[in-house]
Design a protein around this ligand. Sequence first.
Ligand code: ATP
Length: 260
Amino acid sequence: MLESRIITENLSFAYKNKSIIGNVNLNVDPGQVLVILGPNGIGKSTLLNCLSGVLTKYNGKISVNEKDLSELTTKNLSHQVALVSQGVSIKSSLTLFDYLLLGRTSFHSIFEQPDEHDEKVVANVIEEIGLIDYRNISLQNMSGGQRQLAIIGRALAQEPDILIMDEPTSALDYKNQTVVLKLIRELSNKDISIIMSTHDPNQAQIIGDEVGLLIDNKTYLQGSTNEILNDKNLSKLYGTSILSTYNESVNRKIFGIGMD
Ligand SMILES: Nc1ncnc2c1ncn2[C@@H]1O[C@H](COP(=O)(O)OP(=O)(O)OP(=O)(O)O)[C@@H](O)[C@H]1O
């Protein structure tokens, strides 16, 4: 029987006295993809930062691989959960290869150098993110989209059980969005659990097993993509008309803004 990878019980978070998220009861199984949707400023990044251990002053409980997240050491946590933050800008002189090797840091003591296995992991990741030609190019000489793929690659180099991604495709063109969505599908086939936020419900339709809606600071609704992702829920969530049409050639609904 499948154990859950990540579960929250009555999770809530407030900045000072301002409540941001509340009553979040979330559940992700091994290999599941959970897509979080919600309007600007509703608390998606806050939620993802709680789940990845960046924000620690939450209330309620977060369990990762059946252990209380608050009791995990930093090292232990980084072997289980990796975060791709929103809009991180890296303009480093490190080559792509050396940057991804940083993702292996927690596997060694500060006196140890990366070994052959680390190099192998990084080489595989570079192939997965489609940047073989950029292996020895420094990040400052790469485009914004390529750097975004590099950030995802660094998280993958951690070999996590759970990958948390905050709007991972926001800087990417259609081809690279497809690269990332395919990668997510492959990772999920390898039993890695993914939690990602996006403003594009079509991405949830394409790769989401489950969808989580952050409705307000007291309400989180999670269910299967089929059950949750519809015009009525999305129009209510975003406060504007969202309409879908069924596209036979891709065999799924396509969502768009319903301008009058
Ligand atoms: N460090 C902070 N201190 C105080 N308030 C904050 C801080 N960071 C975020 N907030 C507030 O918390 C709320 C939720 O922000 P968050 O970034 O989680 O939203 P989001 O859903 O990810 O938004 P977006 O879709 O625009 O990226 C916002 O009202 C924001 O102003």
